[in-house]
Design a protein around this ligand. Sequence first.
Ligand code: FMN
Length: 362
Amino acid sequence: MKAAMFQTPFMAPTRSPKEVFEWAVSQAIVCDQLGFGTYLIGEHALQSWESIPSPDLVIAAAARETEQITLGPMAHILPYHNPTALALQMSWLSHILEGRYLAGVAMGSFPKDAYMHGIRDMSRNREMTIESLEIMEKIWAGEEFWHEGEFWSAGLPENDPHHPNRDVRPFNGNMIVGMTGNSPSSPSITFAGANGFHALSTYSGDEFIRSHWEVYSQAAAANGHAVDKSMHYIVRDVFVADTDAEAKRLAKEGGTGKAWMEYLLPVYKMFGLNRGLVTKDNPIDPEDMDLDYLAEHVWICGSPETVTEKLSEFSHNVGGFGHIMPFSFDYSDDPSAWNYSLQLLAQEVLPKVQQPEFATQN
Ligand SMILES: Cc1cc2nc3c(=O)[nH]c(=O)nc-3n(C[C@H](O)[C@H](O)[C@H](O)COP(=O)(O)O)c2cc1C
C-alpha cells in the first residue's frame, strides 16, 4: 500500500489565496520528501473551504520543487473546460513532470460551480464528461481527426511536413487517467474500469468501497483491461502520533476536527454519504456523529501500532487496495504535528500494513 495525499485543500475560508497556494505547494514538497507516491489537488470554483480553482498552477509550482512524487489534479471538472485547451495543458504538464503526472478527471458535484460555468441543470454533466474525454484522448493520440459533437467541436489538422505540427502527445505517448467516484456502485468508477483508468473513491463505509471495486473490476474485465487493485485509491483520513490519545487530541482539536465539523459533515449530509460512515458494530443516528465518533470509527487515528492494525483490518474488509489517500487539513500555523503524522504514516505504518493477497489479472 502506498501513501497519497488529497489536497482539497480544506483550509478555513479566512485563509488568503496566497496562504492556500503556499500551503499546497509546501505540502507537495513535504510529501515528496517523505516518500509519498502521489499528491492530488482538487478543483473548485466557489467552495470557500476548498479554495483552489486551478490545481494546474499548484502542480506547475510544485513540479520545480519535487523529485519523485506523482502530481495531478483531482479533479479537473470536464464539463467546465474546453477539452482542447485542457488536453494541451495536461499533456504539457505530463512532459514538464517527465511522466510524474496523473490526469484526474470528474463530472462535478456542486451546483453553484456548474451555474458559474453556465450550467443550471447538471443532469448532462456525465454526457459532457464522456464527450470531453473522447476529444482529449483523440488529441493525446496525436493523429488527424475532426469531431463534431453534442457539446464541442474540435480537431487535429493534417500534418504539413513544411510546417509540422507540434507533437501534442503526452510524455511517453501515454496519459495515465484517474476518475473519481462518490456514490454507491458509482457510475464514474464503472466508467473508469471500462476505460482502464485509475479509480479514486471517497470513504463512506466498507460496503461502499467494496461496491466500487465490484463495479470497477467487472467493467474492466468486460472490456479487456487490467483488473489491478493497485489502481484503486481510497480517500480516508489518517492521523498518527506517538500515542492513541495524542493522535486523537491533535486530530480533533486541529484542522482535521475543525474542517469535519464546519464543512465536511454538512457536505457528507448534503450528498447522503454520512449514513455510510456509521459502522455496524457502533450504530448511532448519523445526525449525532461527533468528533469522538469520527476519531474512533471513521478516521484511522492513533499510535503507529494502532493505525497499522486498523489499516490492515480495513484493507482485509474491502479486499485490498493500492493507495491510502488522506485529505489534507489546515495545520499551516504550526505544521509540526501534521507533518510528523505524515512521516509516521509513510515510514512507520505503511511498511508494516498487511494486505490481503490480490493478484493482478490482465
Ligand atoms: C477523490 C475525489 C475527488 C473529487 N474531487 C472533486 C473536485 O476537485 N471538484 C469537484 O467539483 N468534485 C470533485 N469530486 C466529485 C466529482 O466531481 C463527482 O461528482 C463524483 O466523483 C461523481 O461520482 P459518482 O459517479 O460516483 O456519482 C471528487 C470526488 C472524489 C471521490
